[in-house]
Ligand binder design. Structure first.
Ligand code: DC
Length: 249
């Protein structure tokens, strides 16, 4: 995947995309990766794309918190930095201008700025473009916040994956622990609630359940059970449609 040359509008034909949206910590990444493997589809982690752009802005010294004092100049610098960013996703790694940045995507500085970066319309437009280009090359399982609502409104399958905030905090705290960072579940819960509010109240592509998306609450469910449920949904051949397929665990 490289930077787009042509702007892409959402396709009008149903597309071979499993669009998975939901709040942070709902288990989207693990579920989407496993589902993609079982289906033989590509896996597209769009959160990683926003994280990579955030990391790039931090490297260039123009992340939102760094340019808050001069918004116009700050935006011009971010636009220039974005124009110079060549993003590639290869086998689960994120490569920016030829450098593998995967290990940097979950550091604290990125975590604290990524919501602000992903609220910027020019960043969203560039990322959406890139995501549609990826999907034009073959079937994908794409996960994020606006896959079914904005980027792939004609996705053949749409899912909204949710979980109780306390469970999402517990899972995130475990993720951090695996990375060697000890963070209390309460602190993670607070961060999650702030992130939820920012992601769902921004004006451009806020997090919401897309029309016709299958609602799955993964609270208390094993990952394998969620994956099997989604696999059955895809294999049923059901096309997501408004007022169809709404399910609460
Ligand atoms: O899923 P994640 O935690 O890696 O996402 C990181 C951030 O990017 C999060 O604040 C939401 C944002 N994001 C977005 O706005 N749109 C997407 N399609 C994916 C992620």
């Amino acid at each position: 995947m490289t930077s787009p040359h042509q702007p892409r509008e959402p396709s009008l034909a149903p597309t071979d995309v499993v669009a998975i949206d939901g709040p942070s910590g709902a288990g989207k990444s693990t579920v989407a990766r496993m589902l993609a493997k079982k289906l033989g589809f590509a896996y597209l982690d769009t959160g990683a794309m926003y994280r990579a752009v955030t990391w790039h802005f931090l490297q260039e010294g123009c992340a939102p918190s760094e340019c808050a004092a001069e918004p116009d100049r700050g935006e011009a610098r971010m636009r220039a930095a974005l124009a110079n960013a060549r993003l590639e996703l290869r086998d689960g790694r994120v490569v920016l201008n030829g450098r593998d940045v995967t290990a940097h995507l979950r550091v604290r500085e990125v975590e604290s700025q990524v919501s602000a970066v992903s609220a910027l319309p020019f960043v969203r437009a560039a990322m959406s473009n890139l995501q549609r280009i990826v999907a034009s090359h073959g079937p994908v399982v794409a996960e994020g916040r606006d896959m079914g609502s904005v980027v792939f409104p004609r996705a053949r399958w749409k899912v909204y994956l949710d979980a109780a905030p306390s469970e999402r905090a517990r899972r995130r705290a475990q993720d951090f622990e695996r990375q060697g960072r000890i963070v209390s579940e309460n602190d993670v819960l607070e961060e999650i609630l702030v992130r939820d509010r920012l992601d769902s109240t921004r004006s451009d592509a806020p997090l919401r359940q897309a029309d016709g998306a299958l609602y799955v609450d993964s609270t208390g469910l094993l990952t394998e059970v969620v994956v099997e449920r989604l696999l059955a949904f895809v294999r049923d051949g059901a096309v997501a449609h408004p007022a169809q397929r709404r399910e609460v665990r």
